[in-house]
Design a protein around this ligand. Structure first.
Ligand code: PHB
Length: 570
């Protein structure tokens, strides 16, 4: 199928007359950035989209204002906030939330990767990945699109295709003989076993057997077994797959040994879907799916202020159009035009043109008077960002903090009785110990460690303080367990730790905790300085607010990125 994300004006492309050209351009930029793993220079974007440089500048400035892109020198970089778009789709669909835990439990039980995928035209797109870390074989990311015929789920989905869908599939195969339209897979090798012709036969078998195999159709070594997960109405909601490598399983042994376990899990998933359909939709009432930044203030006020500030660099119709995507969510899977207008605060005519544009580009589908998001929304940033870690999320925020306070800023995690630095932006070297990512220091004598210890459940905090060997590192180091316990209570109350010359003479550090979406302390951020730079009071009045702003931004990114993806903390 030819890509419909075109960058030329509607008139030239058969787009409906009402289509919003700036929205099409903004989406084209997000798509190119996603396919390039999240980063392109502005000149590369100009080339990849065919847009004029001034247009690229205005589109990226608008996306930056929305918090979807960060401008870093000459580069445009996707930020975790853009995942709010994919989250709207995944929240509306509900499948990852309902079935993800079952997939994770099966992956743990089998020690093999397990994934969930949905049909996306003549491809399959991943919704969930419970991945084992292994040296061999590539693993796919949430949002990756694969050609149906080179996968196990594809044969299950194609069992329900209409003749028109088979025609589209044959046309796509002919038009794209190397699978260039699927950047997540290695190119189709010319002359490799004719997976295309085999596909119709595999589809027939899948229909009869109720399962399908992928015997190294994507790359040598990769094997997968899939079973359809049916919705209460009998339609296929998604496919659950167990994925392995020929060093552990042949395709046949995967089926012989693991099909019963996979079927048990799928039966549990189907029960889950039936219960969700029957249960009063309590979740709907509390649908708090975070919308993109603008929804925090009325959109109209936010766009007006942005326009005022950025002038012609800010494209209102692009910002409004993307906001329409975030009108969808849990309990808001299907929206009428009026509901979409109401949820976003947009005029009906504006919401209508945005929906028409999104439908033309394949991000929205309509049935009667209602609209819903399609899996293609995940192509707007999800795959590269679903693989970010907390240190990667924190890095640009630490750089901004260090630039504002003119002192070093770091992120650390608790690792046994130590803290371990996981990201750092150094300005001057105020410490004699040379700190780099990976450096470990005793938790009890550092501000970073104290905020993390203070965040532990009381029993664990107590156990650590009494078990630990604490020794003085300077004449000021507090080592007595009782004294440390009192200090940690204080830290927990005030929400920060200030440590003066307990780790090293002449060094002061102030730190605040970083919490995940459920409120658990998962890391800490500090600013370290020479004691002569400021007084302790100045540190609290000047540096602490900056630290708090920084951590709020890191947490906002972490909560959006961690909504459906598992974000490593180190
Ligand atoms: C995967 O989850 O990585 C996967 C699933 C099915 C396939 C290939 C890969 O056929």
């Amino acid at each position: 199928m030819p890509p419909t994300d075109t960058t030329t004006p509607p008139a030239a492309t058969g787009a409906p007359a009402e289509a919003v050209t700036p929205l099409m351009r903004g989406i084209a930029v997000l798509r190119r950035l996603t396919d390039a793993d999240g980063t392109l220079s502005l000149s590369e974007l100009e080339r990849a989209t065919g847009l004029a440089r001034s247009t690229v500048d205005r589109v990226t400035a608008t996306l930056a204002r929305m918090g979807f892109v960060r401008l870093d020198g000459r580069d445009a970089v996707l930020t975790p906030r853009v995942m709010a778009l994919g989250n709207a789709y995944l929240d509306a669909l509900r499948l990852p939330g309902l079935l993800g835990g079952h997939a994770d439990a099966l992956a743990d039980a089998l020690d093999e990767s397990v994934s969930l995928a949905v049909p996306d035209r003549d491809g399959i797109r991943f919704l969930h990945q419970a991945t084992r870390r292994r040296a061999m074989s590539l693993s796919f990311r949430i949002g990756d699109l694969l050609p149906a015929e080179r996968t196990a789920p594809g044969a299950l989905f194609a069992a329900e295709w209409t003749e028109a869908e088979w025609v589209c599939w044959r046309e796509r195969r002919a038009a794209d003989p190397e699978d260039r339209g699927f950047p997540a897979v290695p190119p189709r090798a010319p002359g490799r076993p004719a997976d295309g012709e085999l596909f119709e036969e595999r589809t027939r078998e899948a229909r009869e057997q109720g399962w399908a195999l992928d015997d190294q159709l994507i790359e040598p070594g990769l094997v997968a077994l899939s079973v359809p997960v049916r919705a209460p109405d009998g339609s296929i909601a998604c496919a659950a797959s167990v994925v392995s490598h020929t060093s552990r399983h042949s395709a046949a042994s995967l089926r012989d040994t693991l099909l019963p376990r996979l079927r048990e899990t799928v039966a549990a998933m189907e029960r889950e879907l039936r219960q969700a359909a029957e249960a009063p939709r309590a979740a709907d009432a509390v649908a708090d799916a975070p919308a993109a930044e603008p929804a925090e203030q009325p959109l109209a006020a936010w766009t007006a202020a942005s326009k005022q500030e950025l002038g012609r660099e800010f494209i209102e119709s692009l910002a409004r159009g993307l906001t329409v995507v975030t009108a969808f969510g849990e309990g808001r899977a299907e929206l009428t035009l009026s509901a979409a207008a109401e949820a976003t605060g947009l005029a009906r005519a504006t919401a209508r043109r945005a929906l028409i544009t999104l439908e033309h580009l394949g991000y929205v589908a309509s049935q009667g008077r209602t609209f819903r998001l399609t899996p293609r929304v995940l192509a707007l940033g999800y795959p590269p960002l679903s693989r970010t870690s907390l240190p990667q999320i924190a890095a640009p925020h630490l750089a901004a903090l260090a630039a504002r306070v003119h002192d070093s800023a770091s992120l650390a995690a608790l690792d046994g009785d130590d803290i371990r630095y996981t990201a750092r932006v150094a300005t001057t070297r105020v410490m004699s110990v040379n700190i780099t990512v990976g450096t470990r220091l005793p938790a009890y004598a550092t501000a970073l460690g104290r905020v993390m210890l203070a965040g532990l459940p009381p029993a664990e905090r107590h156990a650590r303080l009494t078990r630990n060997e604490t020794r003085p590192l300077t004449p000021r180091t507090v080592t007595a367990p009782d004294a440390l316990a009192t200090l940690l209570d204080q830290v927990a109350d005030q929400g920060y730790a200030l440590v003066e010359e307990e780790l090293e003479e002449g060094l002061r550090s102030i730190a605040v905790p970083v919490r995940n979406g459920t409120g658990e302390v998962v890391a800490a951020v500090n600013v370290a300085m020479h004691t002569v730079r400021r007084t302790a009071e100045e540190c609290v009045t000047h540096v602490l607010p900056e630290l708090r702003t920084t951590v709020a931004a890191i947490e906002a990114d972490l909560h959006i990125a961690g909504r459906f993806a598992r974000i490593p903390l180190t």
